[in-house]
Design a protein around this ligand. Structure first.
Ligand code: GAP
Length: 467
């Protein structure tokens, strides 16, 4: 979790260190693995470089047909588990551009900065805290300049006048859009403490060094909750959210020893934060944060109260007291979660081809809730009524879940394409279907095939995927 630091700026991503590599996870292997994941994501339409036909734009990425479904499934799972199924959390969708005073109050105008240095010889630019030698350029060995503070907020202007009075910012986090609506939500709902306000949306940071694929981008999405509670209950709620958020990733498939919870050292904490923990994943390029959970105390409400002049206190009519609530903030990135799910799901193994010969296969073992396509339906051949029968099964399935129909090429290749998309089940209509009404259904992970009645395909898939 990265805080604006009006008093001191601390880089937190570098602190993480490495989760020890498992057997077969050498650095070269990991690099190679990452390259293959990136290639698959491009080839199968998960992730494309942003505006690629113009040579791309560093730090910006586009999601293709499979990527957008995966992303939507992550956001839906988060919203379902953190908002819909809880009676103490509600949602908002705030504007991306806020009154600039909000960013003064939050500390971003003053302190949301990274230390920027330039190489005096080759003019390359770096974040000083990422250099091995803080005074030397890693490219040419030249001396670098003194660090200056570079504000990460993208600037824009509102209206026709482009002067300092019209300057505004693209939000660098969704959190402040929640704080500025805290009173509106409180006044228009019957919520009582403790309660949370959730938001999913785009955030923008003019990162000096976007890198590691989508991991550090300049445009990304966040999933954030500000959970308001009585100050004396904040430690309890912090502990609860810290664990709940870790368990959420585990429940969706990040089961391996690549996931961990790391509590911040005292000197890593922002001056107003009482506690903070990062949920970290060992990506092939290194171990880094997916989400941070922080006890932000009453800092934000206090700041907004002071800067807006509006009363942000909460009145407890049972205890007959007025106070500023404390805030627990679970703050995660959609794109980072997607990248972790993609890296975790990626596997290479072997599968027999049509002639029984072992062939290398690439498979994405997504959790069923996240898989972009849940079931694919194929006719074995394009004749003898098989396409019509397969289409009927597909039509029935797609009314209820994400389904795909494919009749092109050898059936083995069609299986392989679905393995690469992470589709949990493939259904094939063959000669026997036309005689006894049964189809084969193939499991992505075990590659085992069963024969089931064609009229129970939807029920079978739903039952197995718990959908
Ligand atoms: N409101 C607190 C906050 O924004 P943060 O750690 O700066 O904290 C929260 O950001 C999450 O947003 C991170 O854990 C990460 O998942 C995501 N995130 C932050 N910067 C990002 C970037 N440049 N690219 C992609 N995701 C990013």
């Amino acid at each position: 979790m990265r805080f604006p630091q009006p008093l001191r700026r601390i880089r937190r991503e570098g602190r993480s260190g490495r989760i020890p590599l498992r057997e077969g996870q050498g650095v070269a292997n990991e690099q190679d693995r990452m390259e293959r994941i990136v290639a698959l994501a491009k080839r199968r339409g998960f992730i494309f470089p942003g505006s690629e036909i113009y040579g791309g734009l560093n730090g910006f990425w586009d999601y293709g047909p499979l990527g957008v479904e995966l992303k939507r499934n992550i956001k839906d799972a988060w919203w379902h588990d953190c908002v819909t199924t809880r009676d103490d959390v509600v949602g908002v969708d705030s504007a991306i551009i806020l009154n600039p005073r909000a960013w003064e109050a939050s500390g971003h105008v003053e302190g949301f900065t990274d230390p920027l240095v330039d190489c005096k010889a080759c003019k390359s630019r770096y974040r000083q805290d990422e250099l091995e030698d803080a005074r030397r350029c890693p490219k040419c060995g030249g001396e670098v300049t003194e660090a200056r503070r570079f504000n990460l907020m993208f600037r824009t202007h509102v209206g026709a006048m482009e002067d300092s009075t019209s300057q505004a910012y693209l939000r660098p986090e969704t959190a402040q859009g929640i704080f500025v609506n805290y009173k509106n939500v409180l006044d228009t709902s019957r919520l009582k403490l403790p309660f949370g306000i959730a938001q999913i949306g785009k955030a923008f940071r003019n990162e000096i060094n976007p890198r590691n694929y989508t991991f550090r981008s300049r445009e990304f999405e966040q999933m954030e909750i500000e959970f308001f509670c009585r100050p004396e209950e904040a430690d309890k709620w912090y502990a609860e959210w810290r664990q709940a958020r870790f368990d959420w990733y585990v429940g969706l498939g990040l089961k391996s020893d690549r996931l961990r919870l790391r509590d911040h050292e005292k000197d890593e904490l922002a001056h107003y934060a009482k506690a903070c923990a990062d949920i970290e994943y060992a990506f092939p390029f290194g171990t880094s944060e997916l989400e941070g959970v922080a006890n932000r105390t009453d800092f934000d409400l206090k700041q907004h109260q002071e800067f807006s002049g509006r009363d942000m206190t909460y009145y407890d009519d049972e205890a007959k007291e007025r106070f500023l609530p404390y805030v627990i903030e679970p703050s995660g990135g959609v794109d980072r979660a997607l990248l972790a799910f993609l890296c975790e799901a990626y596997e290479e193994d072997e599968a027999p081809d049509e002639n029984g010969k072992a062939q290398k296969r690439t498979v994405l073992r997504f959790h069923p809730r996240l898989a972009p396509i849940k079931v694919a339906v194929f006719p074995l051949v394009k004749k003898d009524g098989m396409p019509e029968k397969a289409r009927a099964i597909y039509e029935e399935c797609r009314r209820h879940l994400a389904a795909f129909y494919d009749e092109k090429g050898a059936v083995g290749r069609r299986y392989r394409r679905q393995d690469e998309a992470g589709t949990p089940f493939c259904v094939t209509v063959d000669g026997q279907t036309m005689e006894d009404g049964t189809v084969t259904i193939r499991d992505r992970d075990s590659m085992k095939q069963e024969r089931i009645a064609s009229d129970v395909v939807l029920a079978y898939v739903r039952d197995r995927l718990h959908l």
